[in-house]
Design a protein around this ligand. Structure first.
Ligand code: URA
Length: 201
């Protein structure tokens, strides 16, 4: 069993947040390619996800699938997870203490997958990687830290509630391939100049 599968097995039986443990049907650790270049991080499982144990399988998930297809990828080629791995009762927002308690699972997933890009979906995951920022100002922008590009997007569910955001979200998604390609070019150039330096006296 891979280290990521082992980690997901541990997440499945996490006993830490009493209110979530008592209300959940299934824990939703995340799913996708273990060596994915892109990791999408949402908020918390909704009702559908809680029933099925898979992330983004409800209406927001259908839109996310369309967005992934729009950049020439399949869902199985990326990794999809959430800040909090259990469905909050009554679909309430996750509490700060729940986000804090669940954080180490996400950190460990990131360490194992080592994605080139982390796409934050909505304000909860944005707050983790773009602290103090406002989604309406920074959606569609990226920053790089320790070899990972962090890219902020609106949550796909936002388009379901506010039709005018749909085109914005679609346009933000379409920037991902060129951002990734840019990073690959910079990395190649760096490697080439390192190799050249080896021959310098
Ligand atoms: N919304 C999320 O943030 N995550 C899911 O998995 C589903 C809906």
């Amino acid at each position: 069993m891979s280290a990521l599968s082992e980690l997901c097995q541990e997440i499945l039986v996490c006993p830490k947040c009493q209110a979530l443990v008592e209300n959940r049907t299934k824990v939703v650790p995340g799913e996708g390619a273990e060596s994915a270049d892109i990791m999408f991080i949402g908020e918390a499982p909704g009702w559908h996800e809680d029933q099925q144990g898979q992330p983004f399988v409800g209406p927001a998930g259908l839109f996310l699938n369309e967005l992934i297809t729009s950049i020439g990828l399949r869902r199985e080629q990326v990794y999809i997870t959430n800040v909090v791995k259990c469905h909050p009762p009554g679909n309430r927002d996750p509490l700060p203490v729940e986000i804090h308690t669940c954080r180490h699972w996400l950190d460990h997933q990131i360490e194992l997958i080592r994605p080139k890009m982390i796409v934050t979906l909505g304000r909860y995951s944005m707050a983790m990687f773009f602290p103090g920022k406002n989604i309406s100002k920074i959606h569609g922008t990226a920053h790089k830290q320790a070899d990972i590009i962090y890219y902020a997007m609106y949550h796909p569910a936002a388009a379901l509630h506010q039709q005018s955001l749909r085109q914005t979200i679609e346009a933000d998604m379409l920037r991902i391939p060129s951002l990734l390609a840019e990073v690959e070019t910079v990395t190649e150039v760096k490697q080439q100049s390192k190799q050249l330096n080896m021959f310098e006296v």
